[in-house]
Design a protein around this ligand. Structure first.
Ligand code: SF4
Ligand code: SF4
Length: 396
C-alpha cells in the first residue's frame, strides 16, 4: 500500500556536513555527495518526524535519494536528530589514530623499527573520535602497530559504536579470529598483504600469509568491507598480476599498493630496495580510492591528520618529528596550525606538464618537500632516476 504522505528519514548510514560545501556522506558506501544549500536544508528536515510534503525536496532529487538508499519513507514517525557539523578549512576528512606501538609481528619493513609498549589512553581516544565527528570528519583509520594489541582494545572498540564516520581498522590480520571480527564496531578492515606466500613472508615471517588470507576470508564472511594494502619490494615484484586476481577473488573493494620510504627497520634490509620504475609498475595494478591525496592544485595530505599513541599530532605518520601539537590540546587547535602546500609552490613540480593530474605524489617520499616524487614521476611517464633509491616502509 502506498502511504499518501509518509514521514521521511535520512538513512542511519547517511549524515550531513558543511565541509568546503554542503555535503551528504554515505558512511556505508564511503560516498560523498555535494549538495546545494537548499538540498542540505531540505535533508536536515528528513528527521523521521516530518512528512514528505513538509520538506520541499525536488522530485528528481527525492527519487535519487530513495534509489540510493539514502532516504527512507515511513508510515509512522521514527525521529532521528539531525545536524550538519561545520568543518574547519581545509576540512579534516581523514584521521589516522595510531592507537598503539605494540605489535605481534616484527616485519622487516616496519616504519616503527622496534615495537614499543606505548598505548593511546582510552579517554584520549574517545575524546579524539568525538571531536573528529564534530569537525565533520569522514573516515577514521585505526592503526598501529597492530591495533588489536592495545591492552584495552575492547574499550577502544566500544568507543567506535554509533560514530557517524566510516571506521576502518588497519591490521596484519593475525588476531582477527571469527570472534574478534564479530565484536568489531567497524565498517571496513584493511589487511596488509605484501605479496603471495613467498613475497609476504619475506617481510612478515613464516606462516604469515595463510593467517592474512584467513583473516581476509573471515572479514568478508562477517559481512564487513575488506580492503588490502601491499608494499612493493624486491621479493614481490613478479607477483602483482596474481596478487590482483587474489585481491578480487577475496572480495576486496580496494587494493592499495605503495612504495614508500626508508624509515624504521628498512635501513637494515637494503636488499628489499626497488627502483622508482619498478614501484610505479607495481602501483599501476592497484584499484579503488586512496585516502590521503591533495585537493585541486594542492599537495598531498590536504585533508589528513595523524595522532601517535604518545599524543603527538602530525600532518601524517611520516611527520611525527615535526608535530602540529599535542592531542590533549584538541584536534581543532592542532589542525589550525596545518599549513597546506600549494603545488605551485613545489619547485620540483611547478613546471611539470602533468602536475594537475599527478598531484605531486608523496611529499615525504620526495625527500625534500619541494622536490618531485620520483615514484610518481615514473608513474606519470616523466623523467625519474633509475637507481634503487626507493625502499619500502610498511605500517601494520
Ligand atoms: S607525505 Fe606521503 S604519507 Fe604523508 S600525506 Fe603525503 S602522500 Fe601521504
Ligand atoms: S610527475 Fe613528478 S614532477 Fe610531475 S607533478 Fe608528479 S611528482 Fe611532480
Amino acid at each position: 500500500m502506498t502511504i499518501a504522505d509518509p514521514f521521511a528519514r535520512l538513512a542511519d548510514h547517511a549524515s550531513l556536513r558543511r565541509l568546503e560545501s554542503p555535503c551528504l556522506y554515505d558512511r556505508r558506501a564511503d560516498e560523498l555527495y555535494e549538495l546545494s544549500d537548499e538540498a542540505l536544508e531540505a535533508l536536515l528536515r528528513c528527521n523521521g518526524g516530518n512528512r514528505l510534503s513538509q520538506l520541499g525536496l525536488e522530485r528528481e532529487f527525492l527519487e535519487y535519494c530513495l534509489a540510493e538508499g539514502l532516504l527512507e519513507l515511513l508510515d509512522q514517525p521514527r525521529p532521528r536528530p539531525l545536524a550538519a557539523p561545520t568543518s574547519p578549512t581545509p576540512s579534516l576528512r581523514y584521521l589516522e589514530l595510531q592507537i598503539t606501538w605494540r605489535c605481534n609481528l616484527a616485519c622487516r619493513h616496519c616504519y616503527l623499527g622496534q615495537a614499543r609498549s606505548v598505548d593511546m589512553p582510552v579517554g584520549l581516544f574517545a575524546a579524539l573520535v568525538r571531536e573528529f565527528a564534530d569537525m565533520g570528519g569522514l573516515r577514521l583509520l585505526i592503526s598501529g602497530g597492530e591495533p588489536l594489541s592495545h591492552p584495552q582494545w575492547p574499550q577502544i572498540n566500544a568507543c567506535l559504536a554509533a560514530l557517524p564516520v566510516r571506521r576502518v581498522l588497519l591490521s596484519n590480520g593475525h588476531l582477527l579470529s571469527s570472534e574478534a571480527l564479530a565484536a568489531l564496531n567497524v565498517d571496513e578492515v584493511q589487511i596488509s598483504l605484501d605479496g603471495l606466500e613467498e613475497g609476504h613472508e619475506a617481510l612478515r615471517g613464516r606462516g604469515a600469509f595463510a593467517k592474512a588470507l584467513e583473516a581476509a576470508r573471515l572479514t568478508r564472511e562477517r559481512g564487513l568491507d575488506l580492503s588490502l594494502a601491499t608494499m612493493a619490494h624486491a621479493a614481490n615484484l613478479d607477483q602483482f598480476e596474481r596478487l590482483g586476481q587474489l585481491a578480487r577473488s577475496l572480495g576486496a573493494r580496494e587494493w592499495g599498493v605503495d612504495a614508500p620510504c626508508l624509515v624504521g627497520r628498512l635501513g637494515d634490509n637494503p636488499q628489499l630496495a626497488i627502483t622508482p620504475q619498478q614501484a610505479a609498475q607495481a602501483m599501476a595494478h592497484a584499484y579503488g580510492g586512496a585516502y590521503h591525496g591533495g585537493g585541486e592544485g594542492m599537495a598531498c595530505g590536504l585533508h589528513l591528520c595523524t595522532v601517535a599513541p604518545d599524543g603527538r599530532v602530525a600532518q601524517c605518520g611520516f611527520y611525527l618529528d615535526t608535530p602540529l601539537g599535542r592531542a590533549e590540546e584538541g584536534l581543532w587547535a592542532c589542525w589550525a596550525r596545518r599549513q597546506p602546500l600549494a603545488l605551485a609552490d613545489v619547485a620540483g613540480c611547478r613546471e611539470c606538464p602533468v602536475a594537475d593530474e599527478c598531484g605531486g605524489g608523496c611529499r615525504f617520499r620526495a625527500g625534500d618537500p619541494m622536490a618531485a616524487d620520483p615514484v610518481m614521476c615514473a608513474a606519470m611517464g616523466q623523467p625519474a632516476p633509475d637507481e634503487a633509491l626507493i625502499l619500502p616502509g610498511g605500517t601494520t
